[in-house]
Design a protein around this ligand. Structure first.
Ligand code: HEC
Length: 472
């Protein structure tokens, strides 16, 4: 049985105060992705330097010193912080997107298990290297490093198929597992992430090289070698174009101007990546500039910004879905929206509000429950992406209509999954919060207004904006 077959499930709810759920998960996600990609790039980089060391000749001994020094940093940062943020990801996703993560685990069970095996191999190989690496002969060292690098990259390979499926699950999202895994954005995002991983490894290497006690010339030689792995960053715009080309049309429209925040983030991610790649090619390899520790750290921070912007866009482009066409960000299926239009959004929600006593009328309590069910994945009342602020200048009717016609108000919101009373309750709640949460508030129950909201809901229907566009 798939998690989607059951009646609409409800899970215990957590909120994060003024930080909205999407921001919390996005923030931890970006940090985790950054560390994980650093671990992957670091593995490739180490195998490359170890080969240099084993070939002998000038710089071989320095390369060997670097490998041993870098590995300590890699293990500390990626195993400790990477593993901690990875666990934090699981804790937040199961609170914020229980149904989505359940569906993903259900669908890609064995592939996800394989990813975990790869990660375990990576950790064991890395740990073995730290403990006994220096005592091994060349062949054994190389094997251990290659095992580490391959396992790390394979974990990316597997998780990439699962995550890219969320954006481009194809025409038959719940069809064959491999068809879902090798989805339209699988290859561009795998190349994209591999190149970013190599660049992060390379920049971190420049920081570490600067801490080695070597004459500057010999450090410069190591820096130039490390720069080889950052050079492919100049290809990022090509990959970005490929990635955008395989996206669904409406997601593409957010990125190409439809959502100015996303458009800017794409620009920042692509621009910063090109600059880093160009610096590696022109500055380090051609002009033979020396990269000191401060510059390398600065570049690494720039790369962190680029990674963050890229992840923001990847997450944002999926809206209003967590799994395109299958589950909205509100953890509802498109079919369930039609059901909830009749039953109301919160009729079956068993969880009371923590702060019910705050609200002077039952209508406002209902509004708060509707908000929790349908909006708080992407909004707060008065913190990040705040409803009070967004609607402050609107008239009451404008507010009612724009909530009823939510998917047309902004195409990256799902259709409103409740009835006319829910719209009214939510509108009242927003207005009450905007008024400074006074101790008394009148209840709105005008039948003519109720009929008008119902007409708006019927007019706009329950299909997402992407199909509304086509039907127009
Ligand atoms: C999938 C995420 C998502 C969900 C769920 C969502 N919104 Fe939004 N909403 C957004 C984003 C993103 C914006 C754009 C904010 C901006 O332009 O700064 C937005 C904008 C808005 C705006 C301002 C529109 C405008 O034209 O300026 C209103 C009002 C709004 N949302 C209300 C709601 C209400 C009410 C709900 C719940 C019934 C809801 N949203 C659910 C993501 C979402």
């Amino acid at each position: 049985m798939s998690p989607l077959d059951s009646t609409i499930p409800h899970f215990p709810i957590n909120t994060f105060g003024p930080a909205m759920k999407g921001l919390v998960i996005g923030g931890i996600g970006i940090l985790h992705v950054f560390l994980a990609q650093f671990a992957i790039g670091g593995g490739l980089l180490l195998a490359y330097f170890e080969r240099t060391a084993q070939r002998g000749g000038a710089g071989a001994a320095d390369a060997r010193r670097f490998v041993d020094g870098f590995f300590q940093v890699l293990v500390l940062v990626s195993f400790v912080l990477g593993a901690l943020t990875g666990v934090a990801m699981w804790f937040t996703t199961i609170e914020v997107g229980t149904r989505t993560i359940g569906l993903m685990v259900d669908r890609f069970h064995w592939l996800w298990a394989t990813e975990w095996v790869c990660f375990s191999v990576e950790v064991c190989a890395g740990y073995a290297y730290v403990r006994v690496g220096r005592r091994l002969d060349d062949r054994a060292r190389m094997r251990l490093l290659l095992l580490y690098a391959a396992a790390a990259w394979l974990s990316l390979f597997f998780i990439n198929g699962i995550l890219s499926w969320q954006l481009t699950p194809g025409d038959n999202p719940l069809g064959g597992v491999w068809q879902g895994f090798f989805n339209a954005s699988f290859w561009p995002s795998l190349f994209f992430r591999t190149i970013v991983a190599m660049a992060l490894g390379s920049l971190a290497a420049c920081v570490v090289i600067n801490t080695l006690d070597l004459p500057r010339e010999r450090k410069a030689a190591l820096v130039r070698r490390a720069a080889h792995l950052a050079a492919p960053m100049v290809l990022m715009p090509v990959l970005a174009v490929w990635f955008v080309a395989v996206m669904p049309a409406d997601s593409r429209s957010w990125i190409t101007g439809g959502s100015i925040a996303m458009t800017m983030f794409v620009g920042i991610a692509a621009g910063a990546s090109v600059l880093i790649g160009a610096y590696a090619v022109v500055g380090i390899l051609v002009k033979r500039l020396y990269v000191n520790g401060a510059t390398a750290t600065l570049l690494l921070a720039l790369a962190f910004g680029a990674t963050g912007a890229g992840e923001f866009v990847r997450e944002g482009a999926r809206k209003p879905y967590t799994v395109r066409g299958v589950l909205y960000s509100t953890s509802l299926t498109p079919e369930e929206v039609a059901t909830l239009r009749v039953t109301g959004a919160v009729a079956d929600d068993p969880y009371p509000l923590r702060d019910a006593a705050r609200y002077p009328t039952p209508q406002l309590v209902r509004g708060a429950r509707v908000f929790r069910a349908l909006c708080d994945a992407c909004h707060t009342m008065a913190g990040a992406n705040p409803l009070v602020e967004l609607t402050h200048t609107w008239t009451d009717d404008q507010l009612r209509m724009n909530v009823a016609k939510l998917q047309r108000t902004k195409g990256f919101m799902p259709p409103f999954a409740g009835n006319a009373e829910d719209v009214e309750a939510l509108a009242q709640l927003v207005r009450w919060e905007d008024a400074g949460a006074p101790a008394t508030w009148s209840v709105q129950a005008d039948p003519a207004m109720h009929a008008q909201i119902t007409r708006w809901l019927d007019e706009v229907g329950t299909l997402p904006s992407s199909s509304a566009r086509r039907a127009r």
